[in-house]
Design a protein around this ligand. Structure first.
Ligand code: COA
Length: 257
């Protein structure tokens, strides 16, 4: 598929960089961009071990869902739009590799929801965050009420969603919404360093860790623990476990394939 709104590159071996670009609307998510994202997540190149997602330009990560596209919708159209965005974000969340949101500016509404579907969020000091939907007469529609609550807890989720207020990066860090805050000019290098750090570990183990964290969140405690036990055991089917432990015992760095 030819992409109008997405750019993909690999700045380093194993690291994919996906850039969302709709400059006229601060990278707002329209249905065309969402369909491209849906296609992309189903065709992530197999050599990608960590995927970085960012917004084009220096002002916005993603300034929300596209308000001009939503304004004329009726109920059926709104349901379709919400289902499209939510299903794409769920596919991002379930990708077998870690996904890092590299937040280079406004992350509002659907932009904040996109970041919440990523595994980790690294932001520039200049970014602003919020779920301003209630001010537009709607609620978050791309699973924001669900994921924000799970990530920052119900008290902060309700604070952000009911007030619709915009917060700065230090406040977002205090709430646990983002993992790290760095000066704008260091943002991409910081994200690359996080990716390199992850890639120094066993690919198999990182992938099982992601599955266990993701899938256990929806299970009762005993089932979640049983699931982790199974994924732990499955690590022993892969070469990486022998290599990792042998390397430790031989006092050397592991050489993962
Ligand atoms: N949907 C559609 N267009 C958007 C948009 C969105 N979510 N966010 C920004 N844009 C457009 C603006 O309409 C403007 O277009 P124009 O140049 O044709 O007038 C352009 O992007 C630049 O935005 P502007 O508002 O002029 O920039 P700003 O620096 O004054 O303000 C924001 C930046 C992000 C604070 C402001 O654009 C904003 O509040 N956007 C909407 C955020 C939102 O409510 N998102 C949730 C949607 S559910």
């Amino acid at each position: 598929m030819e992409y109008k709104y997405l750019e993909f590159s690999m700045p380093e071996d194993g690291i994919g960089l996906l850039t969302l670009s709709a400059p006229q609307s601060l990278n707002a998510l329209n249905s065309g961009m969402l369909r491209e994202l849906d296609d992309f997540v189903q065709h992530v190149p197999s050599e990608v071990r960590v995927l970085l997602v960012t917004g084009a330009g220096s002002k916005a990560f993603v300034a929300g869902a596209d308000i001009s596209e939503m304004q004329p919708l009726d109920e059926a159209g709104a349901l379709e739009f919400a289902r499209l965005g939510s299903s794409v974000f769920r596919k991002i969340e379930l990708l077998p590799v870690p996904v890092i949101a590299v937040m280079n500016g406004y992350a509002l509404g659907g932009g904040c929801e996109l970041a919440l579907a990523c595994d980790l969020r690294i932001t520039s000091e200049r970014s602003r965050f919020g779920q301003p939907e209630v001010g537009l007469g709607i609620i978050p529609g791309f699973s924001g009420t669900v994921r924000l609550t799970r990530i920052v807890g119900p008290a902060f989720a309700k604070e952000l969603i009911y007030t619709g207020k915009t917060i700065d990066a230090s406040e977002a860090y205090r709430m646990g919404l983002v993992n790290a805050v760095v000066p704008a000019e260091q943002l991409m290098e910081e994200a690359l360093q996080w990716a390199r750090r992850i890639m120094a570990n066993s690919r198999v183990a990182v992938s099982y860790a992601k599955r266990s964290i993701q899938e256990s969140a929806d299970l009762p405690m005993d089932d979640a623990i049983a699931l982790e036990n199974r994924y732990f055991a499955q690590c022993f089917l892969a070469e990486d476990q022998k290599e990792g432990m042998t390397a430790f015992l031989e006092k050397r760095k592991p050489r993962y394939k």
